[in-house]
Structures are given as C-alpha cells and as structure tokens.
Design a protein around this ligand. Structure first.
Ligand SMILES: [Cu+2]
Length: 332
C-alpha cells in the first residue's frame, strides 16, 4: 500500500461535481441542519488503543473548522424531525476533499439524494439537500462517497422521524409512529465494527483501482453508538427504565457484518423496521440484522434487574462470531 495515512488531502479517480442547480429548494424550510466535515477525530477503546475517526460536525452549533481537519462527535450529531416537515441539510465540504450526505431511507429527488458518483459529489462548496420524511421511524444518515471506507471511518449519525403529535394524546406523549405504541424511555443503539487497518487510509483510497485492502474486513473492536462494547458501553449506553415504563430501543445495524442483538432474556415487541410499521408486531428475545437495517423494539419490563444486552457480529461467509458488544437494560 502506497497510500499516506490520515484524512489527507488528495484526488480521487472519480468525482462528479458538476455544478447543476438543485431545483425546488424552498426559502423557508421547517428545519435546517448545517453540517461540516472533520477528518482528524479519534476514538479510544477500552484497551487504550485508538483509531482515526471522520464524521460530520454541527457547524450551526459552533462545532468544527472549515478546513475539514480537527475532531468532532462520533457518531455524527443526530437529526430529529417530525413527519411531513420540509427539511434542508446544508453540507459544507472543503476543497480537496469529497463527501456527501445520504439520508438513508428517505426518498428525495436525485439532486438531494447524496449518493456519491451517481448523483453529486460535494467538494469545495456548500450543497443544500432538501427532503421531506413521510414515515416516522428510525433512520440514519451517512456519507456516500467511497462508501465502504467513509462509513467505516464513522461518517454516520442517527436520523429520527417522530410522528405528528396526536391531539388527543397528553402533552409529551412519545410514540414510535402515528397510532403506534407509546414509550417513556428511548435508547439509540447503532452497532458497528472497527477494523483499525482501514483507519489509516486517505479518503480516496481504492478509487483509482489499486488494491488497498477494502476487500477484507477484520474488525478488532465492536461498538455501540461510538462507545466500546467491550466494557464502556455496559454503563455509557445502558437504558434505565422503571417497572411499568416502556422502553423503545432504536436498533441500527451500522456496520457491514451481519449482527444479532439479544435483549438479555427480556422479550421485545418488534413494531417497525426500516421506517415502516410491521403489519403485526413480532415478539422476540433477539433479532438478526444486516447492514443498514433498523428495528424499533418495544420492551415493557415487569421485573427489576440488570439485563445484559449482547450484539454479536458474524463473519458473512462462515457465520463465525467475530466479536460481541454489550450494554445493559437496568430495570428498577
Ligand atoms: Cu465522506
């Protein structure tokens, strides 16, 4: 491998940055997100090692620099909107870098879809994506340039669509979807695997035809929403509920490998998947998921206790368990 390390400036062998207009942008969206890029973040694991992380910053909140360097939150800042709102996401990408935002599971126009190479790559300018979520549920957004690498590097964040409030619900009632189950406590668990060897590559690695190793994924770390699932996530990502309360687990398979989440002996009612309610809720103590799938899981604990949630990560050919991440549901 002749690539240099870090986020690095450089040139990919494909970039489609044609400066075409994005028609139909409204002047007064209901919500406007502002995102920048960081490529010198890091994540420290429980064993003391760390890797370089890339992601999005919330520039409206004062995060980030304009040069794409520096660090930022991992996962990237969540977006949370209400069904039917018109939303714009402004993405600023510095010169000599190329990234996009794809709002995964949302169905905007081609100009706003953020699929690098196929639609419009963003480099050295600000692009406004416009989208209007029609279905409440659990989604995520991610960069779609050189996607295997950029997703692995951490360029994703949660995207939650809430239903419009029901006028007959008490103020503050939260529901998974319109007419769907109410919940009191919410956990967002984006489960992902990390191969440190990939985290030394520049952003364009592999786009020029060379073999940079993106055909083999050998993860050493297994994480939950940016926290090491070896130990730290047991407390940092734990869900704390009381008997009688309802927990909504928004489970996002944010890695590439097949996963299985088990709820520590608790039974979950799986009410929705990929932003759509299931015709009939399914009771399960575990769920298997493939890359980018999301499941909305309602849990109503009846007994106090500490329930250890495990997420297993499987080799996609042999099915061997390559690693496990753990957190807890603490019921008091
Ligand atoms: Cu990117």
């Amino acid at each position: 491998m002749a690539m240099t390390g870090g986020g690095g400036m450089g040139q990919a062998c494909y970039v489609y940055t044609a400066s075409i207009p994005n028609p139909g942008l409204v002047s007064n969206p209901d919500v406007h997100y502002y995102r920048g890029i960081y490529m010198n973040g890091s994540m420290r694991f429980d064993d003391g090692n760390s890797v370089t992380i890339w992601g999005f910053t919330d520039t409206a909140a004062g995060q980030g620099q304009t040069d794409g360097m520096g660090g930022g939150p991992f996962p990237s800042p969540a977006m949370r909107v209400t069904e039917g709102q018109i939303v714009q996401t402004s993405l600023n990408v510095p010169m000599m870098l190329t990234h996009t935002i794809h709002h995964h599971g949302i169905e905007p126009s081609m100009e706003s879809d953020g699929v690098g190479h196929l639609t419009i790559d963003i480099s050295g300018r600000t692009w406004i994506y416009q989208w209007r979520p029609k279905h409440a549920g659990t989604y995520f957004y991610h960069c779609h340039v050189n996607t295997p690498l950029h997703a692995e590097m951490g360029m994703y964040g949660a995207l939650i669509v809430d239903p419009k409030p029901n006028p007959t619900d008490p103020v503050g009632t939260k529901r998974a979807f319109a007419g769907g189950p109410k919940y009191d406590v919410e956990a967002i668990w984006a489960c992902d695997e990390i191969d440190p060897a990939w985290h030394t590559l520049p952003w364009w690695a592999g786009t020029c035809g060379g073999d940079v190793g993106l055909n083999t994924l050998n993860p050493k770390y297994f994480i939950i929403t940016g926290v090491d699932g070896a130990n730290s996530a047991l407390t940092a990502m734990a869900a704390n509920v009381k008997v009688g309360q309802t927990l909504l687990v928004r489970y996002i398979c944010a890695g590439f490998l097949p996963q299985k989440i088990s709820f520590g002996g608790l039974t979950a009612s799986i009410v929705a998947s990929d932003g759509r309610p299931l015709p009939t809720a399914v009771n399960a103590t575990s769920i298997e998921a493939a890359s980018a799938e999301r499941y909305d899981c309602i849990i109503k604990p009846t007994t106090t206790g500490t329930y250890t949630v495990t997420i297993q990560f499987f080799h996609w050919i042999t099915g061997a368990v390559l690693g496990t991440a753990k957190t807890r549901i603490n019921v008091t």
